[in-house]
Design a protein around this ligand. Sequence first.
Ligand code: C5P
Length: 321
Amino acid sequence: MITPRAMKNENLTLFAPAKINLTLEVFGKRADGYHDLRSLVVPVSLYDVLTLTPLDADIEVSCEVVGLPGENLPMLPAPRDNLAVRAAHLLREVTGCCGGARIHIRKEIPIGGGMGGGSADAAAALTGLNRLWGTGLSIEALMELGARLGSDIPAMVYGKAVCMEGRGEKITPVPTCWTAGTEWWIVVVNPGFNVPTGDIYRRFRSGLTSNEETFINARFALERGDRKLACASLVNSLEAPVYDKYPLLASVAGRLKSAGADGVLLSGSGASVFAVAENHGQALVIEARMKRENGSWLWSRVAQILPDGVMVAHGPLEARV
Ligand code: C5P
């Protein structure tokens, strides 16, 4: 049995970045009920913030929702279903660690918004508690644990640009060449309701939503930082079932395009839609126009694709995780 290394007064704060899918190709249903997919995933500068405080044995969670539409509050899962809590229990189970923790989550990533909010929290909990409890698992082992909890979690534990395949558990890093100031700017909009992922996958009907060339172009664009090519290669197989069920989201995407964005895409299974802007200035202009024309019901944020989505931690244990 591993005894937690951290002292009671040590706590850890982690920034858990959201993700967007620049491509998401869904290939077909598998025997286990999941779908095979291929997706280029990048972290973006919109964060949930987790504060982990060691406790003797209990695992407690508290959440605050910051700046999200009011409808997001009731969407918070019950504490036992919270992915960060489930991650903590799983980490204890596989390592035999007997430590406890209080997990406080400051939520700024839309809930059920296709930006991996819950998965980001689970990834940060795995990474942070592994440090806090001194359980010493490798990043690969943490990714494997993450895969048991949700398809997006391995990519978010890895925390940088990746190509995700299989159910989501096969991760290949995508090397990028961004230097400070050259990262792409995006505008994210969310209507304030959540889209249940399982329901969208059930509605998915395979068809020709992408081709090999589009994927190769998108990966090349990501590697080279070629924004124009990336915008021309954005693809998401789940757009059809999502836009069918929620025409409002198709209209949001249309309005982002009319506002001048080169590339617009649904992120994951929605409900967030993002636009890739030419630069920070254009992102602000697009956001202002969306607000002016659509009113305040539409939640929006201007964010940057992160060159290195490593979660930053502040605390006595580590300066960076
Ligand atoms: O893995 P996660 O819990 O995020 O998935 C939510 C739901 O989305 C699954 O229950 C499944 O219905 C669907 N899904 C899928 N194929 C994937 C990922 C998710 O069918 N690769």
